[in-house]
Design a binder for this molecule. Structure first.
Ligand SMILES: [Zn+2]
Length: 56
């Protein structure tokens, strides 16, 4: 498959609020760092997928 992962994981910078795709971080060597302001504290955000609750 030649299809690219569009948005797996993403991070949001806690400082400036920029959203950074994990792919981008990989391209930059795998370090978690805001691509906009360079801040290193990012929180994980989930891709907009509808969550289903599974009844157990
Ligand atoms: Zn930032």
């Amino acid at each position: 498959m030649s299809e690219k992962r569009v948005q797996g994981l993403a991070y949001e910078c806690v400082k400036c609020g920029a959203k950074v795709a994990s792919e981008e971080l990989d391209l930059r060597g795998g370090g978690v760092k805001c691509t906009i302001c360079g801040y290193r504290v990012l929180k994980k955000i989930r891709p907009p997928v509808v969550k289903r609750l599974t009844a157990k």
